[in-house]
Design a protein around this ligand. Structure first.
Ligand SMILES: Nc1ncnc2c1ncn2[C@@H]1O[C@H](COP(=O)(O)OP(=O)(O)OP(=O)(O)O)[C@@H](O)[C@H]1O
Length: 244
C-alpha cells in the first residue's frame, strides 16, 4: 500500500527534521509510528500526504510509493483523490459549522452526488453513533473526543484506502481514546482501511497496531511487530518506564 524509502525532510532550508526514515504499510494493516515530542512523526506523515510543501519544508532525499506509484510529486489534493487522507494533529474542525456540515466538507473532495453524500454520511454515523446524535450541533461546542471523531469521520468521507492519523489520543480521557482506537480497529478489520498512526501513547497504539516503528530525532531506531515491540527492553526502558 505504502512504501517510504530513506526520506529526509528539511524545514526552512536549514532544520533537518527527518533523516533516513524508511517504513512500509502493507494493505489492510495498522502501523504505529511511535516516538516522543519532536521525533519527526508529524513531519513523516506530512511528507506522505504531500503537506510538507505547505509548511515551508522540502523532501530533500528519498522516495515514497503509494499503491506502487511514486507519489512525492503528486499534490496533496490529488493524493486524497487517490486514497490517502491525513487527519492532522490537534483535531482541526470548522468550529462554526455543524458536525454534519464538517462531515459533508470531507465528502466534497470526490464531488459526489446528493445520494452518494447521504450514503457516505450514514456510513460515518454507523461508525460514530455519537456524531449522529450531535449532527446539528456546531462542532466547536462538542467535546474534545467528539471533535476527534468529527476529524476522523470527515477524513473517512473521502473513502480513503490509507488514513494517516496524527496523535489521535492527544489530550483525551483514556476511555475516549479506547473508543476511538476500537473504531479504528473495526474499520480496519471490516472495511480493510489501512492506518499509519503517529502516537506518543505507545501502549494504546501497540495494542491496536500490527506493526510499529520508533522514531528518535528524525531516525527509525527500532521496528517490529506490535508483540515484539511490547517485549523490547530498550523500548520498555526508554518509553514505558519499566524493566522486564
Ligand atoms: N514548521 C516547522 N518549522 C521548523 N521546524 C519544524 C517545523 N515543524 C517541525 N519542526 C521541527 O522538526 C522536528 C520534528 O518535528 P515533528 O513535529 O515532525 O515531530 P513529532 O514527532 O511529530 O512531534 P510532535 O508530537 O510534537 O508533533 C522537530 O525538531 C521540530 O522542531
Amino acid at each position: 500500500m505504502l512504501r517510504v524509502n530513506d526520506i529526509e525532510v528539511i524545514y526552512d532550508g536549514a532544520i533537518l527534521a527527518v533523516s533516513g526514515v524508511s517504513l512500509a504499510v502493507p494493505q489492510g494493516s495498522i502501523v504505529a509510528l511511535l516516538g516522543a515530542n519532536g521525533a519527526g512523526k508529524s513531519t513523516t506523515l506530512k511528507a506522505i500526504s504531500g503537506l510538507v510543501r505547505a509548511g515551508r519544508a522540502a523532501l530533500s532525499r528519498g522516495s515514497i510509493h503509494f499503491k506502487g506509484q511514486p507519489s512525492t510529486d503528486t499534490s496533496a489534493n490529488l493524493l486524497v483523490q487517490q486514497g490517502i487522507v491525513h487527519v492532522l494533529e490537534g483535531r482541526h474542525v470548522f468550529p462554526h459549522l455543524t458536525v454534519e456540515e464538517n462531515l459533508i466538507s470531507g465528502g466534497f473532495v470526490r464531488r459526489p452526488g446528493r445520494q452518494a453524500l447521504q450514503t457516505g454520511l450514514e456510513r460515518i454515523y454507523a461508525w460514530f453513533p455519537r456524531l449522529k446524535e450531535k449532527r446539528k450541533v456546531q462542532a466547536g461546542y462538542t467535546s474534545g473526543g467528539e471533535q476527534q471523531m468529527v476529524a476522523i469521520g470527515r477524513a473517512l468521507m473521502t473513502n480513503p484506502s490509507l488514513v494517516l492519523l496524527d496523535e489521535p489520543s492527544m489530550g483525551l480521557a483514556p476511555l475516549i481514546v479506547q473508543e476511538i482506537f476500537d473504531i479504528v480497529s473495526q474499520l480496519n478489520a471490516s472495511e480493510n482501511v489501512s492506518f499509519l498512526i503517529a502516537e506518543q501513547n505507545i501502549p494504546v497504539a501497540l495494542k491496536h497496531a500490527h506493526y510499529g516503528y520508533v522514531l528518535e530525532t528524525g531516525k527509525v531506531v527500532l521496528s517490529g511487530s506490535a508483540e515484539q515491540l511490547l517485549q523490547d527492553s530498550a523500548l520498555q526502558d526508554a518509553y514505558l518506564g519499566k524493566r522486564q
